[in-house]
Design a protein around this ligand. Structure first.
Ligand SMILES: *Cc1c(COP(=O)(O)O)cnc(C)c1O
Length: 360
């Protein structure tokens, strides 16, 4: 068996230990005589798996009891509608910062339900930076302010949160969840699809302040109302059972690795190897301003489309896959989520050095 280094933006690599545990438990989980895939979600065994996963997530992220943790379906994209349906409910307006395609999709979907306002955007420079805002930029009457914390496609990340006063801040953390500590209390709500840093696709984690619940618009479908899921322990209907089980294994792995402080240290080390190389390379260069660089998604270009294509093809042959950049940026993108081992980044940089020598 030869496993590649997978730099995919998502679905992406999972920790090898998680895959091995899942494999070992595939035919029989514990002494249940069945796979987790085959279990009733109403069984005692499954409830224990679910409860342990939630407890570990709360512990790792330091989530206070004043927040509900929900395991939902529909991906982060369904949140783009659920958020306005549930929360754009007092003054019917919300503020958005447009830092890329995901942020823009959240904004456009919200505009179907109320007055969505673009406060700032970095579209002028292909989203290569995080626009600066001050408290005065936000409407104090807005029901919430929405940001995309880590911009998967463009490789930017918020290092300083916008100052929104009493207006709840909501962040899409799909591609940076569990990559470093985050102060949950600074947010009204956080949400993330699982397939970047947690588990296979299929579960969406929602962390929401309890006092924000209960004011959904009348038109809100039952399944899109957070209260439905909060009141039923995320089991109003069948949850994505197996994906939640894998998420639980990932949470245990993170605990064993030393928690989010340790993940941050490791992720900074990995990203630095790549950024240091890009900053000194005569062939490759990063596309993001240094102060807003992501720890998770690192886009880079040579400036020559043919050379970019050659690099992607040759790197694939050498066992580094999914390095082709998003079509809106071009070039390459290395997604180096939690599960990417440091050797993967070191070997990629070695390969890039060799490619540079041969092609300059
Ligand atoms: C991948 C991604 C999404 C879309 O997630 P789905 O689960 O496919 O809906 C949304 N936001 C961010 C930041 C992402 O990286």
């Amino acid at each position: 068996m030869a496993r590649v280094y997978n730099f995919s933006a998502g679905p992406s690599m999972l920790p090898e230990e998680v895959l091995k545990t899942a494999a070992a438990e595939m035919m029989e989980y514990g002494e249940s005589g069945q796979s987790v895939m085959e279990m009733s979600h109403r069984s005692k065994e499954y409830q224990a798996i679910f409860d342990e996963a939630e407890a570990n997530l709360r512990e790792i992220m330091n989530i206070p009891d004043t927040y509900e943790v929900l395991f939902l379906q529909g991906g982060a994209s369904t949140q783009f509608a659920m958020i306005p349906l549930n929360l754009m409910n007092k003054n019917g307006k919300a503020d958005f910062i447009i830092t890329g395609q995901w942020a823009n999709k959240a904004y456009k979907e919200a505009a179907r339900y109320g007055a969505a306002r673009e406060v700032a955007s970095s579209k002028d420079k292909t989203f290569s930076y995080i626009p600066k805002t001050t408290a005065a930029d936000f409407d104090p009457e807005a029901d919430y302010v929405h940001i995309c914390m880590n911009n998967t496609i463009y490789g930017t990340k918020y290092n300083t949160l916008p100052e929104t006063g009493d207006v709840p801040l909501i962040a899409d953390i799909s591609s940076c969840i569990l990559s470093e500590p985050i102060d949950v209390t600074k947010f009204g709500m956080l949400y993330a699809g699982a397939q970047k840093n947690v588990a296979p696709a299929g579960v969406t984690i929602v962390i929401i302040r309890k006092d924000l619940l209960g004011n959904a618009m009348d038109i809100t479908p039952t399944m899109l109302n957070y209260v439905t899921h909060a009141e039923n322990g995320s089991m109003f209907n069948t949850p994505p059972c197996y994906t939640i089980y894998i998420a639980g294994l990932t949470f245990k792995w993170i605990k064993k690795m030393g928690g989010l402080e340790a993940m941050k240290e490791l992720n900074e080390k990995k990203a630095k190897i790549l950024y240091d190389f890009l900053d000194n390379s005569k062939l490759f260069k990063g596309t993001v301003v240094p102060e807003d660089r992501s720890l998770m998604n690192v886009p880079f270009v040579t400036g020559n489309d043919e050379l970019d294509a050659k690099f992607v093809a040759e790197s694939k042959k050498a066992g580094f896959v999914n390095l082709k950049g998003h079509r809106s940026v071009g070039g390459m993108r290395a997604s180096i989520y939690n599960a990417m081992p440091i050797e993967g980044v070191e070997k990629l940089v070695e390969f890039m050095k060799k490619f540079e020598e041969e092609n300059i």
